[in-house]
Design a protein around this ligand. Structure first.
Ligand code: CA
Length: 240
């Protein structure tokens, strides 16, 4: 996903003409290559086989369930960042959206400056993590090849979402040590994070699930590190 000079290919999925037009013009004005789809079905079609860096997805679409659209976009855009847009009165949707493959969310109404700052933070991370010469991290049968963005369990690739990969890398870098929630939110998500940190718990749960399933699928069972919850503090990765 080559992002040149911070210019990204952005897909806006929004049926509201006013919001869509405002997003589209402010992102274009910031130099991004923008396409705007007004329905879930047209968004899924547009995403298939395309190289999109970032999706802004309104969950309330006229023709399809927003979570279902999110899952389908995640399938065809494995390495893209998906940011969900939802009204604050639908706060419960956030966890479901993250479980459907979203990386981040913004509550409507949002300020354009906040949206642009979030987008910049996401793109910086995608950018800085691509040609990275960081050495691989290994623990038991788990190898995280950071320069190739590849997670291997006993030699077999385990597909991870971008934030799951970054979170696992951050925990593996500090294996055996307690890492605070604040530090994880700041370093894996956004240094200016001031929203809910539910997103962290959802990503940890997803990582545990994926590692557990991968270990069970291996014969004999792969030896993998585990993530321990430290109540009121954060998480610790315990070595395999
Ligand atoms: Ca809508």
């Amino acid at each position: 996903m080559p992002i040149l000079n911070g210019v990204a290919s952005v897909l806006i999925v929004e049926d509201d003409e006013t919001i869509g037009a405002s997003l589209s013009s402010s992102l274009s004005a910031n130099g991004h290559d923008v396409q705007w789809q007004r329905t879930g079905i047209s968004a899924v079609t547009a995403a298939s086989g395309s190289s999109i860096d970032l999706v802004l997805l309104d969950l309330g679409l006229p023709d399809a369930d927003g979570f279902d659209v999110c899952r389908r976009l995640r399938q065809s855009l494995a390495g893209s960042v998906i940011v969900v847009l939802t009204a604050r009165r639908h706060e419960m949707d956030v966890v479901a959206a993250l479980e459907s493959g979203a990386d981040d969310y913004l509550f409507k109404p949002f300020r354009t400056t906040e949206l642009l700052a979030r987008i910049r933070a996401h793109l910086r991370r995608v950018e800085s993590s691509s040609p990275n010469a960081a050495p691989p991290l290994a623990d038991g049968d788990l190898v995280l090849d950071r320069s190739r963005r590849l997670c291997l369990v006993a030699g077999t690739e385990l597909p991870l979402r971008p934030k799951e990969f970054d979170l696992l890398a951050k925990l593996m870098e500090s294996a055996g040590e307690a890492v605070t929630r604040d530090r994880l939110m700041r370093e894996v998500w956004d240094e200016h994070w001031h929203g809910s940190t539910k997103t962290l718990d959802v990503h940890v749960a997803a990582l545990r699930h994926r590692l557990g399933a991968a270990s069970e699928a291996t014969e004999p069972a792969a030896s993998l590190p585990t993530i321990t919850t430290l109540r009121g503090f954060g998480y610790r990765l315990d070595r395999a």
